[in-house]
Ligand binder design. Structure first.
Ligand code: AMP
Ligand code: ZN
Length: 114
C-alpha cells in the first residue's frame, strides 16, 4: 500500500528496530514508547484496521497472538505480564492506518479503562 508508514517499514524504506520477523509478521520497537518495553506487531499484508479484517485474515490474527507470546518469552516479560492494545478507527484513537498490536511491558499498568 503506497503512502502507508508501516508498509514502508515492511519494505525497508523506513528503518525500524526489529524484534521479530517471519514471512507474514513483523515486530519492532515503537518510536514513542508508552512503557519501558513498547513493541508493535503488524501483519505484512496491508490490513487497514480491525474493521477491515476479512475472513481469510483470521488465521493470521491467531498467528500474531502466537508471535506476541513468543516475543514475551524471548524478551523476558512473559512471567511478569504485559498488555496488548489494538486501537481501531477514530474513536479507538488509531493514528496509523495499518493494523498493529501494541505490546506494553516492563511496568505495572495503572490506567485501566476496563
Ligand atoms: P496508533 O495510535 O494505535 O495508531 O499507534 C501508532 C503507533 O505507531 C504510535 O504508538 C507511534 O508512536 C508509532 N509509530 C509511529 N511512527 C513510527 C515509526 N516510524 N516507527 C515505530 N513506531 C512508530
Ligand atoms: Zn500498510
Amino acid at each position: 500500500m503506497e503512502n502507508c508508514l508501516f508498509c514502508k517499514i515492511i519494505k525497508g524504506e523506513i528503518p525500524c528496530k526489529k524484534v521479530y520477523e517471519d514471512d507474514e509478521i513483523l515486530a519492532f520497537y515503537d518510536i514513542n514508547p508508552a512503557a519501558p518495553i513498547h513493541i508493535l506487531v503488524i501483519p505484512k499484508k496491508h490490513i487497514t484496521s480491525l474493521a477491515h479484517l476479512e475472513k481469510e485474515d483470521e488465521i493470521l490474527i491467531g498467528k500474531i497472538y502466537g508471535v506476541i507470546n513468543k516475543i514475551s518469552e524471548e524478551q523476558g516479560f512473559k512471567q511478569d505480564g504485559y498488555r496488548v492494545i489494538v486501537n481501531c478507527g477514530k474513536n479507538g484513537g488509531q493514528q496509523v492506518m495499518h493494523l498493529h498490536f501494541h505490546i506494553l511491558a516492563g511496568k505495572q499498568m495503572g490506567e485501566k479503562v476496563l
